[in-house]
Design a binder for this molecule. Structure first.
Ligand code: DHB
Length: 384
């Protein structure tokens, strides 16, 4: 009898260890090249969440497996996702700074039934590409529509648009035009700039020659944002009275100090500013600075932090036994109190519903920040 009980105990122990004590999260991010800041912000944001909440949930250890997509490289992203699923047997896929990498992984998420958390990539169509995708970042359409409406309400009538020539840029251009012309405004010119190594000078000159009242811009955060602002200043657009309106990608917290005082007064719309006043943001900033005291977190770090919060909630509710379909049921409709404000995952589209803020670049204690001055509550992605 004693022997039998012992055998049963061993059997149970081996089943438990087979069921694995670890929940693996495969993070696909841009860690090198022009977009290396994306990977840094996303991994820091995810680690900040784990620092603040511990690395064990429902008795399971949460493990991040970080893979470098190297930039906008769909083939690399696809191969790495396959490896994460087949070799590492990850429970979740997450990360994705850039749209092309997210789109490349959608068929793998579907085939392997792996819940996949988009922590930044912001083209509307991404969530429609797999029923296993959910987004904790934003969409360009979601933040651009309020910008067009704010501009018209504040007397702007003639706008030139400049966008990066790929998914999120096309969404920003379409959405701005639709919303602005619907109110009675006029888009007097449209330009698309290449995603890699753009020479902004000649583009910005064409905007100046078009004599609009304002230029609306979306380029990806980081080096491209710095490049655009440099050309805008060098070509004297501000002096010519052409206002700069942008999505928050251009004045994001990671580069805002590098933009310098020329950025003062720029109006943008976005979902997160490091200057957002709330207890949740205060706690987030403190956790982030423990991971990386040298950089200021931007919206990508928050998308990753909230993505980890969503993963922790799934693990908790499923008591550590992750099943793709059950995980999606938990994610659909999930509500979280984010450092940016309240957020919810739309149960129908699996996209995020959140506040969008209108902000102005100002000095706060001698440093540049996006200071929020208007809130549009609970905005859904209008691009669906
Ligand atoms: C993408 C979107 C962004 O808003 C950004 O700043 C960078 C990249 C993207 O979807 O690729």
């Amino acid at each position: 009898m004693k022997k039998l009980i012992l055998l049963a105990v061993f059997a149970l122990a081996s089943v438990q260890s087979w069921a694995a004590d670890t929940i693996k999260v495969g993070l696909l991010v841009e860690m090198t090249g022009t977009f290396a800041d994306f990977g840094l912000q996303i991994t820091n944001g995810a680690k900040a969440y784990m620092k603040q909440h511990g690395d064990t949930v429902a008795g399971k250890k949460i493990e991040l497996i970080i893979k470098d997509t190297t930039g906008p490289a769909p083939d690399v992203a696809k191969r790495l996702a396959q490896e994460l699923v087949v070799k590492d047997k990850v429970d979740f896929l997450a990360g994705f700074g850039l749209t092309p990498n997210a789109l490349a992984v959608a068929p793998i998420a579907t085939e392997a039934k792996i819940p996949t958390i988009i922590m930044n990539a912001a083209t509307s169509v991404i969530t429609a590409k797999s029923p296993y995708i959910v987004r904790t970042s934003f969409t360009l359409a979601q933040v651009t529509e309020p910008m067009a409406q704010w501009a018209y309400r504040n007397g702007v009538r003639k706008v030139f648009t400049v966008v990066a020539d790929y998914g999120p840029g096309h969404d920003a251009e379409d959405t701005f035009k639709k919303a602005f012309t619907k109110m009675g405004g006029q888009v007097v010119g449209e330009l698309r700039v290449p995603l890699t190594n753009p020479e902004f000078g000649p583009f910005v000159q064409r905007v100046k020659d078009g004599k609009p009242e304002a230029v609306f811009v979306f380029v990806p955060a980081g080096e491209m944002a710095v490049g655009f602002m440099k050309a805008y200043n060098e070509r004297g657009l501000a002096k010519a009275g052409i206002k700069l309106l942008s999505t928050g990608d251009v004045t994001e917290d990671g580069v805002i100090e590098a933009l310098g005082d020329n950025a003062l007064g720029v109006i943008s719309t976005h979902q997160y500013s490091a200057a957002h006043v709330s207890p949740e943001n205060k706690a987030f900033l403190a956790a982030y600075s423990q991971i990386d005291p040298k950089t200021r977190p931007n919206f990508m770090a928050v998308g990753a932090y909230d993505g980890m919060a969503a993963i922790y909630e799934v693990v908790r509710q499923l008591k550590g036994n992750i099943d793709g379909d059950k995980a999606m049921q938990v994610l659909k409709g999930m509500k979280l109190l984010s450092p940016r404000g309240p957020i919810q995952i739309d149960p129908e589209t699996r996209d995020i519903v959140q506040n969008v803020y209108v902000r102005e670049v100002k000095k706060v204690n001698g440093k540049l920040y996006n200071v929020e001055f208007e809130t549009i509550n609970a905005v859904k992605d209008p691009g669906k």
